[in-house]
Design a protein around this ligand. Structure first.
Ligand SMILES: [Zn+2]
Ligand SMILES: [Zn+2]
Length: 409
């Protein structure tokens, strides 16, 4: 069977997170998005762990369920070099054991869902290995709190435990075309997760993975990560990396973009005097072994797409995905096709055309065919997506009429 999974979110016990990040709300939002399995995040936090235990039923040791949404136990930790790691646990007892081993090395286990641990990547990976816990770097290429922000190789981070690392999370600002220019990553399974701090469909599962498994359980997903028994990742889905706010090297004050060469020549100082922050694209350039991506045979396709409500907003010329009009079209599509992922990925375009405004249908098609134009972000400012088919058609008065008929549904 094919399932859609989002393996990185944060609960309301992490910093800057929505109060709605509770198990019940997530379990009800996941089916609307089309997500079958969600990683709990923050499972070292007592309050969150208690809520998970009390509000879900157990499918097996490492799999839980509420409202037909399944959960696997996970957390993100920040190591002493400010590198973020994702961990996936086979059982509640392994969570408790792991916690016992890092307790003396962490000062905020009970106050932050994503704790800081005063250990390096190798020390954390050793504990993970001993307890049969999966570990890999989170959003590996972002310029602040990631593996390649601090290290030049996996080995430099995980030392002798590097072989225990089985996956790498690409993060919102990279895709497999970026990462497969680096030789040491070719054996790893790439994860595309939302890292969401809110259950709203514009954030939750904005990146997700589609995997082939026998059942929606921790063990089956683990086999997919290891590509065992026919289980595997069949699709990575995520935002175009150029949309990321640190895609190109740019000034963090005035957002002027620079090539890597120019930035180096200018000693990372902008003409305005501001600091130029190295972009993910240039960091990949520095790390790359290959001029062009070399995908290993196990690598699934990568589909670039943005959340449906953002597509609708862009297509009908509205500046926000939270307006009444956008929500009405979104609801209509979800009612008709069950969930957002079917609309974005699976349903025939002709069927979407029966329900959606022409501009929305064309926009979904443009994404599926990789025909959107992305003006890259940088220096902390997001990129801008342009819909080629619509550049001349975004004409609000025209859409007012179309809207009326469409919203009569
Ligand atoms: Zn992180
Ligand atoms: Zn500047």
């Amino acid at each position: 069977m094919l399932i859609n999974i989002d393996l990185h979110i944060h609960s309301r016990f992490s910093g800057a997170t929505s109060q709605k990040m509770n198990i019940k709300t997530i379990s009800m939002e996941a089916p609307k998005k089309g997500i079958d399995v969600v990683a709990t995040g923050d499972c070292l936090h007592s309050g969150w762990l208690k809520e998970i235990k009390e509000s879900t039923r157990s499918v097996d040791e490492g799999t839980l369920e509420l409202n037909k949404t399944r959960f696997v136990l996970s957390t993100e930790v920040e190591d002493k070099n400010r590198v973020h790691h994702l961990l996936y646990f086979p059982s509640f007892s392994s969570v408790e054991e792991f916690k016992g081993k890092i307790e003396s090395k962490s000062r905020n286990l009970e106050t932050d869902g994503r704790p800081n641990v005063n250990m390096d990547g190798e020390e954390i990976a050793q504990i993970a290995k001993d307890l049969d816990i999966l570990i890999g770097p989170s959003h590996a290429f972002t310029p602040w709190t990631a593996l390649y922000a601090h290290h030049n190789s996996l080995k430099s981070c995980y030392g002798d435990l590097v072989d225990h690392v089985s996956f790498l999370e690409l993060g919102l600002s990279a895709d497999s075309n970026y990462a497969d220019r680096i030789k040491e990553l070719s054996r790893l399974t790439f994860l595309t997760n939302s890292d969401s701090h809110s259950p709203h469909p514009v954030r939750f599962a904005r990146e997700f993975n589609r995997v082939e498994v026998k059942d929606a359980t921790f063990n089956e997903i683990k086999k997919a990560v290891f590509r065992e028994g026919g289980n595997k990742f069949v699709l990575n889905v995520g935002l175009p990396p150029e949309e990321g706010k640190y895609n190109e090297s740019s000034c963090i004050s005035c957002y002027k973009h620079y090539s890597l060469k120019e930035a180096v020549a200018r000693n990372w100082r902008c003409t305005c005097g501001g600091r130029i922050k190295k972009g993910v694209k240039d960091r990949i350039e520095e790390l790359s072994d290959y001029e062009k991506p070399v995908h290993p045979s196990h690598r699934p396709p990568y589909l670039h797409i943005i959340p449906l409500s953002e597509i609708i907003a862009k297509a009908i010329g509205q500046s926000s995905p939270f307006t009444k009009r956008v929500t009405e079209i979104w609801n209509r599509l979800i009612k008709e096709f069950k969930n957002e992922i079917s609309v974005l990925v699976d349903v025939d375009i002709e069927d979407i055309a029966r329900v959606a405004p022409p501009a929305v249908t064309e926009a979904v098609q443009a994404f599926r065919e990789g025909k959107v134009i992305v003006h890259p972000g940088g220096g902390g400012k997001y990129g801008v997506i342009e819909l080629p088919y619509l550049s001349e058609k975004i004409d609000l008065p025209l859409y007012v009429d179309k809207q009326k008929t469409l919203l009569d549904y």
